[in-house]
Ligand binder design. Structure first.
Ligand code: ATP
Length: 217
C-alpha cells in the first residue's frame, strides 16, 4: 500500500531515507531550509519544498497535517529539531520519527512525544561491530537495551534437523522468528520445518542468550 511520508532535513540521513522510500513507490515530500539541498532531491522525491521545519506557519503551508508519517532528520541544529518535533506532535501527526544527535537530545525528544528516536551512527556501529566479531552473525538489530534480533548462519549440526528436534527455545532461551533460504523467506516457521545447509536463522532474544546461542552452536 502506498503511504505518505514527509522528511524534514536533507542531510545524508534524510536524503537516504527519502530516496529509499521514493524508490519503494511511496509518496515522499522532501523538505529543507536550504534551497540547494531541496533542488538536489527533485528526482528522488514526489514533492520537494524549501521550508523552516521549526516554524509552525511554514509547516502548515506544506500541508504537513495530511501526512501520517513525518521523519525529522535535522541534525546539528538541535533546537530546530526539538521545536519541529513539538510542533508536529501538537498538530496531531500520528507518527513522528526523529534523528537524535546525543543522549540529552534523545531525552528531550522522548519527553515531548517523539514516536521513535533514531541514532543512525550508533545503530549502524553496533550492527557492524557484531558482524566483525563473529563470522556467524550476518546482521544484528538492537530492539532495546536488553533485546535484539540477529541473523545467524545455521551451524552444520542443525542440517536436516527440525526446529522441534533442536528445541532451541528451551536450550538457549531464544526464538527463531524466520528462516532464509536463498531468496526464500519462511516467516514464523513451524516446529516440524527442517533446517538445511546454508540457511540463515532470524533469531530474537535477550542479548546474553543470543550470545550464548551464537557461541555454543
Ligand atoms: P547527516 O549526518 O544526516 O548528514 P547532520 O547530522 O550532519 O546530518 P545537518 O547537516 O546538520 O545534519 O542537518 C541536516 C539538514 O537539516 C541540513 O540539510 C539542514 O539544512 C537541514 N535543516 C537545518 N535546520 C533546519 C530547519 N529549521 N528546517 C528544515 N531543515 C533544516
Amino acid at each position: 500500500m502506498k503511504k505518505q511520508f514527509a522528511i524534514i532535513g536533507l542531510g545524508r540521513f534524510g536524503v537516504s531515507v527519502s530516496t529509499e522510500l521514493h524508490k519503494l513507490g511511496h509518496e515522499v515530500l522532501a523538505v529543507d531550509i536550504n534551497e540547494t539541498k531541496v533542488n538536489e532531491m527533485v528526482n528522488d522525491s514526489t514533492y520537494s519544498s524549501v521550508a523552516d521545519g521549526a516554524d509552525e506557519k511554514s509547516l502548515r503551508s506544506l500541508g504537513i497535517t495530511n501526512f501520517d508519517h513525518v521523519i525529522v532528520a535535522i541534525g546539528d541544529n538541535i533546537q530546530a529539531s526539538i521545536l519541529c518535533t513539538l510542533l508536529l506532535k501538537e498538530m496531531g501527526i500520528e507518527s513522528v520519527w526523529v534523528k537524535a544527535q546525543n543522549y540529552y537530545h534523545h531525552k528531550v525528544l522522548d519527553k515531548i512525544g517523539a514516536d521513535k528516536i533514531i541514532h543512525p551512527e550508533h545503530d549502524m556501529g553496533n550492527r557492524i561491530a557484531q558482524h566483525l566479531v563473529s563470522d556467524k552473525v550476518i546482521d544484528y538489530i538492537e530492539l532495546s537495551d536488553d533485546f535484539s534480533i540477529a541473523e545467524i548462519a545455521a551451524p552444520s549440526f542443525m542440517n536436516q534437523k527440525s526446529l522441534i528436534d533442536l528445541d532451541i527455545r528451551a536450550k538457549f532461551g531464544v526464538t527463531i522468528l524466520g528462516l532464509k533460504r536463498g531468496k526464500q523467506f519462511n516467516i514464523s516457521p513451524r516446529a516440524e520445518d527442517e533446517i538445511q545447509a546454508n540457511d540463515i536463522l532470524i533469531v530474537i532474544g535477550h542479548k546474553n542468550d543470543l550470545k550464548r546461542f551464537e557461541e555454543n552452536t
